[in-house]
Design a binder for this molecule. Structure first.
Ligand code: C2O
Ligand code: CU
Ligand code: CU
Length: 517
């Protein structure tokens, strides 16, 4: 039994290694290499994916892959570079804008760009079926119909998403609108954009990614250093007033249990799909890969020169799941990795960043009781049909709804009518060997409502501060839990994805299509 599993692992590993050479099915892409004549964009820019360098540590620069952009048309400030970071430019958009992106793939392998959280036509969604080979171009066109919020973009080629994001291909996409601007939230240098990513580096400052270690890939690849928007554990000087932090967990596989030193309370004002209806106060925040959080902190009255640390608190590794072959756990993968670098387990305490107060007054603010108004679809769940989607590890694979990814395949229960509302129930089951992991489940193009959770371990340390409020596009399903979400499908017909946002799970096939008809 063990031997057969090992052989199966080896062949999977060979498959993963070969994926970089897979041919892009560019039947669909052919039509998208030029702009649509009738589409008049308000914003147009190029976005190039290519190899580059970033000065992350003193000494040798780190070789990365990165997005760079150039504005062709639109307001100045649409593309905001992050100096010194490997991340792509922050794309600043407004609701209602029509956007054209001229993507140039200058990598030596297939790629495609996905706009995580945005409701866009299929041809613009970055499905791996639309991946293009290195050296080729693709035109994305869409209208920003989403609410104001913190979204992001990253590559999505089948079996190569984890490697490409890890090398640095990702960026924030921020949507603003009049409703949000009416609140006068802290902005300018009191608004912080924090993309949390963990990485491993070798002694020469180069990224380490052991994509050939199947044990690590099954668990999800973890680093031992946390970078915030490309900078390792930064210290930022701030005024002693109110601050807005937009957080994205852009890590491949790490779940953070975030808290401030001094138990500084966080006023949560938004999540994946923009502002909440009203603020929520909490002191810990569980943020899974793919998820965003928008929060305010009040440093008013704190003496100049005070350090406030933002930490990922310790939690038992098993709360994020136990994966392995016949009792070989997550630690095994780390041991087998060897070399100069090693991963820190999920649940290892890690410092994320530090805010150091400086002298002088900061932004004053009063948090309103009402932040935004949700549309009627929020309460459209009555009478909606329920679909059960088990999450389980079987035959050495992570399965979603009992199936693995097929590029073109959609099952009858994955076919939905445009604008229809469903309850999807994600059931995180143990397999016969007790193997189970926490999975952040993401749906493309949709912001859904988390209706509730049942099952699982009452003592799971990740339960405190789960990011379930408001509109979500990614929900963390803890071991043993069933999470019910209410989703109203897009009005755009086409082929879209739902998957686990542990990028290694996604690459190994914990991903499926759904078709909107
Ligand atoms: Cu951010 Cu299909 O994912
Ligand atoms: Cu997405
Ligand atoms: Cu998963």
């Amino acid at each position: 039994m063990q031997r057969r599993d090992a052989i199966r692992l080896l062949s999977l590993s060979a498959l993963a290694g070969a994926a970089g050479c897979a041919n892009a099915p560019d039947a669909g892409a052919a039509a998208r290499q030029s702009a649509t004549p009738g589409f008049v964009p308000d914003v147009e820019f190029t976005l190039t994916a290519a190899a580059g360098e970033a000065a992350i540590f003193p000494g040798a620069p780190t070789r990365v892959w990165r997005f760079t952009g150039e504005l062709i048309k639109g307001p100045a400030g649409t593309l905001q570079g992050l100096p010194g970071s490997y991340l792509g430019p922050v794309i600043n958009l407004r609701r209602g804008q029509k956007v054209r992106v001229r993507f140039a793939n200058r990598l030596a392998e297939d790629s495609v760009v996905h706009w995580h959280g945005l409701d866009v036509p299929e041809a613009a969604d970055g499905h791996p079926i639309h991946a293009i080979a290195g050296g080729r171009d693709y035109v994305y066109e869409f209208e920003v119909i989403n609410r104001a919020g913190t979204y992001w973009y990253h590559p999505h080629p089948h079996m190569r998403t984890s490697a490409q994001v890890y090398q640095g291909l990702a960026g924030l996409l921020i949507v603003r609108d009049a409703e949000e601007e009416g609140l006068g939230l802290p902005g300018g240098d009191a608004e912080h954009l924090c993309v949390l990513q963990d990485r491993q580096f070798d002694t020469g400052n180069q990224l380490v990614f052991r994509g050939d270690n199947m044990m690590e890939m099954m668990n999800g690849f973890l680093g031992d250093r946390v970078l915030v928007s490309g900078r390792p554990q930064p210290t930022i000087e701030v005024a002693a007033g109110w601050h807005r932090m937009r957080l994205l967990n852009g890590s491949n596989a790490r779940i953070y249990k975030l808290a401030w030193s001094r138990d500084l309370p966080m006023t949560m004002i938004g999540g994946d799909g923009g502002l909440f209806e009203s603020p929520v106060r909490q002191t810990v925040l569980t943020l899974a890969p793919g998820q965003r959080a928008d929060l305010l902190i009040d440093l008013t009255g704190i003496a100049a020169g005070t350090d406030l640390h933002f930490e990922s608190l310790a939690f038992p590794e098993a709360d994020a799941g136990v994966v392995g072959m016949m009792g070989m756990g997550r630690g095994m993968g780390r041991m087998m990795g060897g070399g100069a670098s090693a991963s820190a387990a999920n649940g290892a305490p890690l410092r994320v960043m530090t805010l150091r107060t400086r002298a002088g007054a900061g932004v004053r603010f009063r948090v309103p009781d009402r932040l935004s108004r949700f549309d009627a679809s929020w309460s459209s769940g009555a009478g909606a049909r329920t679909r059960q989607v088990p999450l389980v590890f079987q035959q050495m694979q992570w399965l979603l709804g009992g199936r693995t990814f097929e590029m073109n395949q959609v099952a009858p229960d994955e076919t939905v009518a445009a604008g229809s509302t469903y309850i999807w129930e994600f059931m995180n089951l143990a397999n016969g060997m007790g193997m189970q992991a926490a999975h952040p489940i993401h749906m493309h193009g949709r912001q859904f409502r988390v209706l509730g959770r049942s099952g699982g371990q009452a003592t799971n340390a990740l339960r405190a501060g789960l990011a379930d409020a408001g509109w979500r596009d990614t929900v963390l399903v803890l071991p043993g839990e069933t999470v019910r979400v209410q989703v109203t499908f897009s009005n755009y017909p086409g082929l879209y994805l739902y998957h686990c946002h542990i990028l290694e799970h996604e690459d190994m096939g914990m991903m499926r299509n759904f078709r909107v008809v």
